[in-house]
Design a protein around this ligand. Sequence first.
Ligand code: ATP
Length: 237
Amino acid sequence: MPMLKIENLHVYYGGIHALKGINLTVPQGKVVSLIGANGAGKSTTLRTITSLVKPTSGKIYFQGEDITQAKTTSVIKKGITLVPEGRRVFADLTVYENLNLGAYLRQKDKNGIQKDMDKVFELFPRLKEREWQTAGTLSGGEQQMLAIGRALMSRPSVMMMDEPSLGLAPIVVRDVFNIIREIHDSGMTILLIEQNARAALKVADYGYVIETGKIVLEGPGKELADNDEVRRSYLGE
Ligand code: ATP
């Protein structure tokens, strides 16, 4: 059974038909990348899964359960977490406090939280070094790591990432994708949306290309990266 399945999803913002019948499947333990240009509908897809935007028609299933009408809080409680675009961390809180907030749904489980935090620090040694620093003093790359670490603290079943490489220096982008690979290796299911098509397809088991609200191509990550049209339109070749 797929972790996430989207069927024939239509979304409107007023008169703008932003998603025009999207079908997408995220199998358990896989990385699925959704690539496309600015305004193609990538963020809208994630916003609709988390119920921040309501579809006019279509279905969203999480482990076979219809969650199309579920509230955002209930979607999060089910284990669907979103690492939002723009590295949204709490600038005035410390790294420790930011991570702790990621586990706010199970605050009583102190031992479990400490264990998860140790795992996050293992994955991101630089965050351990900066545990008591406020998040606002971290570099852009470190803030992105913190945003990912905070999402991991919620013990998600599926992680959705909105443009994790946006605005980062190339060397930091490489680090972010290495981390995504490591998280994937630990068994996590990931839905990644990215304008950096090359990196997103490299890390993906399966990919989808979205153009003006429609999926126009799909296939294994490697196959898509070799596709002539993808290479011309998205890889700048
Ligand atoms: P980006 O990389 O810029 O975030 P995207 O692929 O994520 O692009 P969306 O943000 O999903 O694209 O936008 C899809 C379409 O919906 C675009 O035409 C956009 O202008 C429109 N849109 C997005 N959010 C809103 C909104 N809140 N109100 C009205 N139109 C919106």
